[in-house]
Write a protein that binds this ligand. Sequence first.
Ligand SMILES: [Zn+2]
Ligand SMILES: [Zn+2]
Length: 372
Amino acid sequence: MQITAAVMEKADGALTRRTIKLEEVELEGPREDEVLVRIHSCGVCGTDRGCIHGLEPFPTPGVLGHEGAGIVEEVGSRVTGVRPGDRVMIGFPYCGRCRWCRGGNPRYCEQGKELMFGGFRLDGSTPMKRAGGEPLAGRFFQQSSWATHAIALERQLAKVPDGLDLDQAGPYGCSISTGAGAVLNELRPRPGSSIAIFGAGNVGLAAVMAARLTGATTIIAIDRVPERLALARELGATHTLEHGAATVAELKELTKGALDYSIEATDGSNLVAEAVAALGILGVCAMVGGAKMTASVKVNHPDVLLNGKRIIGVLGGGGHTPDFLVSLMELQRDGRFPLDKLIRFYDFADVNQAIDDSDSGRTVKPVLRMAV
Ligand SMILES: [Zn+2]
Ligand SMILES: [Zn+2]
């Protein structure tokens, strides 16, 4: 079938303009374990921008977009969990067979990197081609949903609960579950505890909203942008700090040296050293934000050892299955997770504007609406 997709001709490098243009392309029907989804909307995430700016790998020409939500239009012969007409969001891809998938940690699927960034199915094929026949990398996160239609694996779908606007659902697939999962799946703050969140973009603000659902009594958001800090307070932060040279000292003063948890959720600023230094005894730092592939982290050895500090990586909100995404969507529907305050909608044709506004920090969570 013919669809419209936002094709990236090549990764543009850190500072140049984009080469993303809407194009009519051919999409094959679903294979036996796949589903064709008519995309209603799709978020713009830091990982899309990382690929555009050449920081993270993705083959071109190709189609980005990995926070798609829409309506099931057609299912493969072995699909049993969804049917045409179902409202779904497309979560992260995983193989379902490896040791980590079978152990309940599909976020850490041993083929996850290939499934997310390879651009093709694991067998090297793609369902998407240009009108002239040129194959497109049409399997970004096994969905490539900056398009009017996408082919996804059945197992990566989560049904959108009745009562939740479909256009709110896409971001749960990546950025929002990343921030919320770090808090709810991994750190699990104790009642009366303190948590500091570095970076108040869509991931950090999702962590703030999640912390607000726990017994943590001190929730501190740190960012350079005052408007984002104001939003963090609205979403449940008890304190906010404008990031600067004194941030670690300010955190120690605020928590009397007993910060229990920290989350590094910046978009490549790599503040892990500060997030660890600010912790108190037995504090835990979760590394959540993306970074350059060559980035490393330097912390003070005795500080970590003598204080029993822990540093953990948390990919995409931890190892849990799409069921977790459904839980978050139910919380939003019930008025307990106000994601709508982060979102600004853009017409699909304005994809480059949405990317620019995300780069500049003007929009926390751009969501593209596909004209159907
Ligand atoms: Zn796996
Ligand atoms: Zn993402």
